[in-house]
Design a protein around this ligand. Sequence first.
Ligand code: SF4
Length: 724
Amino acid sequence: MEIRVAKWAGFCFGVKRAIEIAQETIKKRAGPVYSLGPLIHNDQVVEKLTQLGIKKIDFLEQVEDNGTLIIRSHGVGPEILNKAEKYRLKVVDATCPYVRKTQQLASDYALKGVQVLIVGSREHPEVKGLVGWTNGQALVVERPEEVENLPELTKIAVLAQTTQSLANFQAVVNLLKQKAGTQPEINNTICNATRLRQQTASELAREVGIMIVVGGKNSANTKELFYLCQSTGTPTYQVETAQELKKLWFKNINTAGLTAGASTPHWILEEVKNKMKELAEINEGNLNENLGENENLGENEVLGENEVLVENQTIFETADKNGELAENESGFKMGLNENAAVKPLIQGEIVSGTIVQVGTNEVMVDIGAKSEGIIPLRELSSFPNAISPCEVVQAGDKIDVMIIKAEDNEGKLILSKEKADTEKAWATLEELYHNGECVEGVVREVVKGGLLVDVGIRGFLPASLVEQGYTEDLNKYLETTIKAKIVELNRNHRKVILSRKSFLEEEMAVKRQELFANLEEGQRVKGIVRRLTNFGAFIDLGGVDGLLHISELAWYRVNHPSELLNTDEEIEVVILRVDKENGKISLSLKQLMPNPWDNITEKYPVDGIVKAKVTRLAPFGAFVQLEPGVEGLVHISHLANYHIASPDEVVQNGDEIDVKVLSVNPAEKRMRLSLREANQETKNRGRQKYSEPQFTSQNTENNHKVTIGDMVGDMFEENEEQYK
Ligand code: SF4
């Protein structure tokens, strides 16, 4: 017996996604993880998920504190979300994006005051959720015959349960259109995965002698598949597992068809297929019969529960006879739309589209095709781990995408923004590279040896090329925008090597040129003290360093620049020289201060007596400072009025003394000073000032009047005697 499997069968995108989210949640969460109702309509898979730790609950009241609630692919109404918040549950939303989109439509219509009518099963969780999004106002119609009992409605918006049979939906819509006074706005929200499963199952059923539909007994989409296959007139059976297959079904069958609902995993489908083969071989006598419980039945076996159910089901029209239903009057793209003019999809083509919905793991885009396309997270940007979808795009954005698969094995249109961006980025990068221009990008990751930069694609910036010097902390660049030169570009190897150092060097060179062009001698400029050395300080004038020599710091002697300057402080300097050829700039700070020698003869007239401080002793005399920047020499012969061999016999470093100005030479900045004459002058003045007798000395016999001048003069003479 030949077994043919429908091209579209088993797990759909939404179910697979929900299971992946559930597995991820279990890995990450510390507390209990719940699903309200079975996560998917397949007992075998639910059993496995239970073993992993996902607890199925029927009411939110059953939860414990700190729990996590996974919203299954069917979605829920807002009342459940509110309740979850009340019970302080962390919600992980695994609602299928197609269901979410339908919820959004229902909510929008309800907010606009339009009556919503849902074609679907009243008891199905998806439909209950949709009703919730209309604040409980939506009407639900399960069968066409219910249309005549509907109240009189003028304007209604019709939506479909995503797993509805197209035939049933169309039958309801046709009757609504005929209903007097009713203006239905049709939204065919049957999802593409459902459409393809129904379409290919129906086609296959016409070609085979028997049709097996695998799926959970409570799975709506599996039931729809079953009805469709059965409606072709081919004997059709629905099973959940391989054990339910019966040998009798395959007697004298040459070709058997196999399909599965959207909640059926691949491994169950495989098990059923293998069992079908085995039973066919037993029938053909090629294999010894090893009768199991079910196989013990003979030709006249009593039909099982499932089979009785099959016999009694209502048979609907097949979908392929009713293509005109998909007129999609509201422009909603989800679902079958056979007659609408749609763009042909070419793999690898870059097309424009509009973001319809942004989810956590994928983004839906309308590119004008029969159904909306999906951009999986990994296809959204070059850095899927570093950024969330909503950081990249927003609903309503117009973007370019590349068509990766017109229809993948789940019937989805798969798109890539990353690949479209990459194509554009390569073109831009090649142009920049050949023109020697810089590229701008955001640092997304710190990796071993450097940084990964988003320049439309991933660019690598080696650590040694991040700065002009060594950089210890690369993390400070994370999420910052940088400019860099492209130093290597290889499209075949997808290699982009960047150098920020080269960019900085170029930037510096440009700044230098600009600065040199604008700097003039004598100009006052501001700069930052960058480095202090023994011979001066380097001042950053905005990209170029100038040298402030130690001799240009002040008018007086400075031993080290740190006496006056601190690194990183801003100072004002004057430009002494600009050597454009050698790129050198000499600066002065002291030129901005008054020169103490400017009016020196007025400040220190010849013969004047002034205070001074001994700063240095030499064999030929003592250097004294009159004020910062003004020093003079007291020659050894002018230190005392008697002979001395060395200046330290009279003065020491740091002594404060009175000196007489003998001569001033402003041109050579020289002053000759005399301590000896200052002393003599002081003595003379003392004598003069106090020349009148003040009192009679008690020691004088002849009542000789003694003056203070005499006493001061005597005092000097006594001192002089001591030094002789
Ligand atoms: S059947 Fe369609 S709507 Fe439902 S989960 Fe699968 S992909 Fe989503």
